[in-house]
Every structure is written in C-alpha cells, then in structure tokens.
Design a protein around this ligand. Sequence first.
Ligand code: XMP
Length: 524
Amino acid sequence: KILILDFGSQVTQLIARRVREANVYCEIHPCDVSDDFVRGFGAKGVILSGSHMSAYEEATDKAPQAVFELGVPVLGICYGMQTMAQQLGGRVEPGKEREFGYAEVRAHGHTRLLGGVEDFRTIEGHGMLKVWMSHGDKVVEMPPGFKLMASTPSCPIAAMADEDRRFYAVQFHPEVTHTLQGPAILQRFVREICGAKPDWIMSDYIAEAVEKIRQQVGNEEVILGLSGGVDSSVAAALLHRAIGDQLTCVFVDHGLLRLNEAEMVMDMFARNMGVKVIHVDASAQFMGKLAGETDPEVKRKIIGKEFVEVFQSESGKLSNAKWLAQGTIYPDVVESGGAKSKKATTIKSHHNVGGLPDTLHLKLLEPLRELFKDEVRALGVALGLPHNMVYRHPFPGPGLGVRILGEVKKDYADLLRRADAIFIEELHKTVDENSGKTWYELTSQAFAVFLPVKSVGVMGDGRTYDYVVALRAVQTQDFMTAHWAHLPYDLLGRVSNRIINEVRGINRVVYDVSGKPPATIEWE
Ligand code: XMP
C-alpha cells in the first residue's frame, strides 16, 4: 500500500483518486504523524502532498524524518517537493511571483519517473509536458545526490530525482486533470517504481468501509435522509451492509418527485433490500405551503424549510438515533471548503436534500466523503444497486418545484410527471448509431418543464387550448457550464407526438436550445 501524507492541499484527495485508478491501495494521513507510525505502516512508497499555504504565509510543516529512512520510494509534489528539498539538505526560496496555472515543462534525461512520458517535442527534440503549476516558493538548490528532472524558464528546478534512493519530486501537480500525463506519471510511480500490486478493487473498498463504519458507530443507531438520488441511495446501501437494522432511512415525498419514484424507492430499499425506511407522504403539506407562490427563490426557500421541518419531526421520533448519515461526496466537500468565491452572487439558492441543519444534535456520518461521483456509482453497482438507478441523471432537491414555472399546483405536477416520463423513456430507447449508446447515456441531464401558458391547437376536428411543455437536454462535465444536446429530430418528433397524444392537457411541445451560460440548466 501507498502512504499519502497530507500537508493540507485542496487536491490531496485527487492524488488518492489517481492512485486508486491505478488499482493500488492507498491511505491519506496528516503530515504530522509520528515516525513510529510511518515505520509501522508498511508502505511500499510514500507521496508527500502539496499545501494550501501560499508563499506569503510560511508553511513550516515537515515530513516525519522516518519517511526518508524507510528505504522505499518517495514522491514529493509541490510543497512536498520543497519540504523534501529542505529536509535533505537543499534550499528553498520564496519566489518573486506566484506561478499559477498552465505551464510547459521540459523533461531532462531519462529518469524512471518521467523518461518517455511527454505531450509533445520541441523543434530541438526536447520532450515537453503540459502541466498545472501552483506555487510561490521554489527549490533553488537541490539536495546532494539529486539531479535535475525537469525545468521551466521561471522554475529552473521544476522536478528532481535521486534515483539511487528512489526519491522523486515535482513542482507541478500530476494529480489534477490539467496535467495531461499526470495519471501516467502517478501510475508509473506507484506500480513500477514502488512495485505496488494493482490489486485494489471496489470489493476491497467495501470491506474496509464497512469495517470503518462499524467501528465508528458501534451499536448506536443512524438516520439517513433518503432522496432516491444516487448519493443517498449508495450511502444507504453501504450503511445497510455495515450495520443492518441500526440504520433507519427517512424518505420524504414532497409531491414533486418523478413518476412512480416513491414506489421505486420503497420497492428497492424496503422490499428488496430489507432496509428500514419511513416513507413520509408530505405532498399535501408542501402543496399547501406553495399555494399562490410564484417567485422562484421563495419557492425554493419554502421547499427547503418544509423539508427540514418534516425530516426533523420524523427523526425526532427515533429517540435512540445518535448519528445523521449523509451522502456527501468529495466534490461537495471541496465546494463547501471555501473554494468558491465569497463575492459570487446567488444565482439560485440550492437546496440539497442532504443539507440538514445541525440543530438535530446528531453526530455526522459521511461514508462517501472521499469518493468522486463515478466512484460512488461503481460502489453502488458493487453493492448490488441496479445499474439504471446508479447511472440516473441528477435530480434537484426541490424536484418538480423548479420545473413548474410560477405557481406549483398538483394538476400541473401530474401532467409534467407523465410528459417527463415519456421523454425519458424515449431517450432510453433511442440508440445513437455512431456511439452505440442510448441518448439517455449521451446526455448528462434531461427533463420536461411545465409552462403555465396556454396555446391553441387542433386535434381531430376540434380546437384545443392547452398547456405547453418544454424539453431540456444538456451535455456537461461539471454542470457549471453546459451545451444543449443535439438530439435527433426524429427522437424529438416521437417524444412530441407521444406527449401530445398521451397527456391530455398538453397540446404543444418545444425544445430548449439555450446553453449555460447564459441560461441555467433548470428553468428556475
Ligand atoms: P442550474 O439550473 O443551476 O443547475 O444550471 C445545475 C445543476 O444543479 C441542479 N440543481 C439543484 N440540485 N438542489 C439540488 O440538489 C437545488 O436546489 C438545485 N438547483 C439546481 C440542477 O438539476 C443541475 O443538475
């Protein structure tokens, strides 16, 4: 296994992710663990992370000296490189400017780490890497025994290596996606240089996670807000595997879910898996509170507040519960960790079903905290959740409440649910010939939106005067920006025909061709 020592960088988890992608087991521990811990860990190799400290705040953390005496390979990244240099007799100086962002580094010589790894060659024939840099200080003198491994004009010692002792260090960040060869570099370090076996798989992760949850929770009871979304579902399945009946899920139906969603959730968890689920049908209550309200932000606030109240009153009945479990995943952790600008204006006040206040006085349990979305999905599949539930498009906490423009009414929700289900069904059924994938797989999120305006139509010999539904389908990596999906015309035509024929009350279907920005994905 690989030991990753964390000096507090925002992206330390990404190192772990890349190592896991190479199917090598690793653990992250704080940089100030003891020498004894390091000696007893049994690492095949050690990675020293970057640090969040800027050049202006003095970062003084050091790696335990034992790291350099284990006789195993060590890789220092960014601050990890600097502390390695300093601790082994080199010299670090504050840089005049902070270097941040894209850079091209030239790889020198054929070290085992970078030899043959390159993105392009210069006219002179130098191998070059496209990388991501973020640092203020830099190494100005290498420790004895080290040779230069890479350089840039502004950072002459951008990477260094002592191949005899198998110590490697890079000033750039191989763990972030902007460093194109990053996965190859980290894989080479852990597999070839450290000789770690690529035998880490999801089933091992489950065994470990189960053990950790059992130790943490003991014989106490846990509550989880189950929404039917991927994260809370996978968290429920994992917790159920670990602690069985000590877990109780609370599933709040606010009347703004998709067609048959409540039945599906109850079937899967309560009936098939035997999870204890309290199904709260609060739809009448939510509809009552939303009556007459047309402002999108007010609607969101009402739904969020009501949700918390219902959840609190239900969980209050479980007097033995000591833990509140949430399906927080790693990107949520990073987002709330101050990565977002404080000055950003509120476009939408997101309400997440997981985001409950701490007035519940429960201890927080977040078993998915270290995982990325695709890892959560792989975990879900490994835990036996059905593929189509694990690979479902995201669904917002306020549900159809933000997809019915203006005032929310039960009749509108019922029409919208049926139109939406037809759209989704056709996306699942239609295969793109070029890729062999369904259009559901080719889109990141797709849904119908209810427009409370009426237009004139003709059906048979009669005049109709009915509502309009808009279809929305987008492709995106991160949901921060998105393109509208170029769905085939015949697919759109089929969906339109079916909705108008099958859903009485809707006589017109339009397709949304707006990107984000300037539009957003949801209409409210
Ligand atoms: P927008 O509409 O802001 O949506 O482009 C970006 C992504 O976020 C989802 N979304 C929400 N998710 N609570 C959620 O849990 C919310 O209040 C919320 N509002 C938007 C949206 O579905 C899309 O995936």
